[in-house]
Design a protein around this ligand. Structure first.
Ligand code: SAH
Length: 358
């Protein structure tokens, strides 16, 4: 028998239902109702104190007290950018730190969540890759980021403030596949947080076998961090390309797009004199015609000690125009939250530095 989780937020709806039926000798007929109630307290109302769970029989409350933890992770620090972006430094039970970022815009509020402490990928332009400590986040730790942000933003009303969730924080979601998959199942469940698959984007540096699995098992929007139009260049800036080549990435993405009937978002960070030439744009256009995709050009966010520079506004414009002229869909992502190092790719906790200075 597998060991059931003891943390409430590690369960999905069905496994919670099964757990309370098995463990708490609840009548089969009542099981669904109780699961529904619990899910509502936690994911619709944001409660995490069993005493506040109303209309539950006292023996069920006692069972919950004795068997399941509703304890959440804590906020260690909060920074608010002049553009309204909010970054929370989240402290996990083992004192590791991860970052969660809320990016408000006119008609949406996007929450960017982390899937790992640190990252093993070592993309040369990414700050997270320079962090020493790496471990996967549990399902509970992924879900907690959303609950904490909802609390902070007072987002428990029917009109959601967090309208979109993106797995674009620290870590490679597909190196933590099972917990990412479970967290997406929890997010999508309509008894609780109720985010449709089209409100969620998982971003990957390109773990081919998991892209194939995710096509049927995760089914959110998929973003692929491409950043270079050929293997030679991609390998230089993204070591993962030694393992998974562009041809295989395209094949797996084409499959994902076909199963989910949606275009893949290609992410491309423009690095001065590295990947921003018109020749690169031409190669990229060729690649883009091989599968259903659209392009998101990203301004490079520099961080202390990095050797790359952002492309100049003129070069960015030229690159953008070249893609646009080819007929493909292309957008330019504006940098947000730069002043709090909350921008894309700048997430790296200060934990190491702080530890050293203790
Ligand atoms: N590991 C996943 C998700 C995390 S990073 C992935 O690779 O997709 C989210 C996005 O930010 C990726 O596209 C990543 O390449 C990009 N990024 C990393 N560092 C950046 C930087 N300094 N400036 C702009 N974008 C960056």
């Amino acid at each position: 028998m597998s060991i059931a989780p003891s943390n409430f937020y590690d369960f999905n709806y069905d496994s919670l239902n099964q757990y309370i039926l098995d463990r708490f000798s609840i009548d089969q007929k009542k099981g669904g109702m109780r699961t529904n109630q619990l899910w509502k307290f936690v994911y619709k109302k944001g409660l995490h104190n069993i005493a506040q769970f109303s209309n539950l029989p006292s023996d069920l409350k006692t069972n919950l007290e004795n068997n399941l933890s509703f304890k959440r992770v804590e906020i260690s620090e909060k920074k608010i950018s002049s553009d309204g972006t909010i970054k929370w430094l989240i402290k996990l039970a083992d004192n590791n730190l991860v970052e969660t970022v809320f990016i408000p815009s006119d008609n949406r509020g996007t929450l960017c969540i982390s899937s790992q402490v640190g990252c093993t990928l070592n993309c040369k332009f990414c700050h997270t890759g320079t962090q020493m400590m790496v471990r996967n986040l549990s399902t509970s730790e992924i879900i907690n980021q959303i609950l904490i942000a909802k609390d902070e933003l007072k987002d428990w009303g029917s009109q959601k403030k967090i309208t979109n969730i993106v797995y674009m924080g620290m870590g490679e979601p597909f190196y933590n596949y099972d917990n990412v998959k479970q967290s997406v199942a929890i997010l999508r469940n309509n008894h609780g947080l109720d985010y449709s698959a089209k409100k969620i984007t998982v971003s990957t540096a390109g773990v081919v076998p998991e892209i194939m699995n995710a096509a049927k098992e995760i089914q959110t929007y998929l973003a692929l961090s491409l950043h270079a139009p050929n293997d030679e260049l991609r390998e230089r800036i993204m070591p993962i390309n030694k393992k998974y080549k562009i041809k295989d990435l395209i094949e797996s993405c084409a499959y994902y797009a076909k199963v989910n009937k949606e275009k893949i978002f290609l992410e491309y960070v423009l690095l001065k004199n590295i990947n921003d030439s018109l020749d690169c744009a031409k190669q990229l256009i060729k690649l883009m015609s091989k599968f259903p995709c659209k392009l998101n050009l990203i301004e490079f966010n520099a961080w202390p000690g990095v050797s790359y520079e952002p492309s100049s506004p003129d070069v960015i414009k030229q690159f953008y125009q070249a893609i646009k002229k080819s007929g493909h869909i292309v957008t330019l992502r504006k940098s947000r939250g730069e002043d709090i190092l909350g921008a894309c790719g700048q997430l790296k906790t200060e934990s190491e530095k702080k530890r050293k200075s203790l």
